[in-house]
Design a protein around this ligand. Sequence first.
Ligand SMILES: Nc1nc2c(ncn2[C@@H]2O[C@H](COP(=O)(O)OP(=O)(O)OP(=O)(O)O)[C@@H](O)[C@H]2O)c(=O)[nH]1
Length: 356
Amino acid sequence: MVFPPEREAAYVQRMFGWQGTRLRRLVLFAPVFFLIFIVIQALLMPAPLIDWLRAPLTWAGIVLLGAIGLWMRTVRSADLFAWAGVALQTLFLVFCALSTRPGHGGLALLLPMFVATPLVTAPFWARARTVFIAIVFAYLAGALALWHSAAGSTVWLAYGIQAVVGGVIAMAMHATVDNARRGYFLAEEELEQRARLDALTSVLNRRHFIESGEAMLLRMRPGEVLSACFVDLDHFKRVNDEGGHRVGDQLLAAVAHCLLELQGENRLIGRVGGEEFALLLPGMHAQEAERFIATVCERIGALAVDGYSCTASVGVAEWDGSETLSDLLHRADLALLAAKRGGRNRIVQWSAGVAA
Ligand SMILES: Nc1nc2c(ncn2[C@@H]2O[C@H](COP(=O)(O)OP(=O)(O)OP(=O)(O)O)[C@@H](O)[C@H]2O)c(=O)[nH]1
């Protein structure tokens, strides 16, 4: 399953989000695992543990792996974390390989067996290419261990077979799990999308319009402007009563389509009531919003379903730079009431007089 690049990135980041906390804890175990490997070797081989602990290689490994592990705890990007994980895992295996004493082929084989499935960070949530490189590097490190321990040809043959079979199995496991997760991710995205949109008109539903609008106001910087519009269709009850609800539905959908066609970047359009729509227009003063919405109203007036058409009344209010979304929409709503009172099919800008 191949996603477009931006969805692929979102998917990898989401997977990392799910597993990030556990992985951040896990990477700290790299120096500990290395120490355990040293202790196992010391127990199995005649050299005393103190000899191993005196070796500069042991301390270089512990310090370097510890430092990378600590740094990785601060990484937020999923891709960077995956590559750092590959580097950490490879270095861990290289240090294990280099600390393997010559003449002990059996012990050296432990390492490649140990790494049959890449350890430490096991970036199975990452992109397939990263996982593939992690597996190849893991087996190369295993080969280094064999070479270092001067293993015989039988051991090399066994390792070669294991590397090919293990590598293929690891990639197949990754592909299977990844495919299932991608399917789940797509289904979840679709559900989220459905929960955000109004079923009839495909504009934002009321809840998401309010949530997104509040988030938009929080992102506004000093000096930035924004206007809100409340659009209410005039005498819509008549359309339903005379043409039937199906015609009413089709006309509502056509109006929403008209609004969506004019949806510029960052503009928010929501259905906030039966035949009421609200718009948030960042970067527009009230006058600009009024001009913009006049074009929209003209297009709405030109719509017709089975000979039925409608006009719209609109209230416009400009954000004062500090008020809440609820207050801003309330002022736009008061302006809308004034438009209705004034005879409908018109746009009214909020002013102190409108509230009276
Ligand atoms: N077909 C259809 N009609 C809806 C929907 N939601 C609300 N309505 C109708 O919209 C109409 C709104 O009626 P009113 O609130 O009286 O408003 P109006 O007739 O547009 O009159 P004014 O707003 O005062 O101009 C009602 O008949 C509702 O049934 C919908 O999803 N589909």
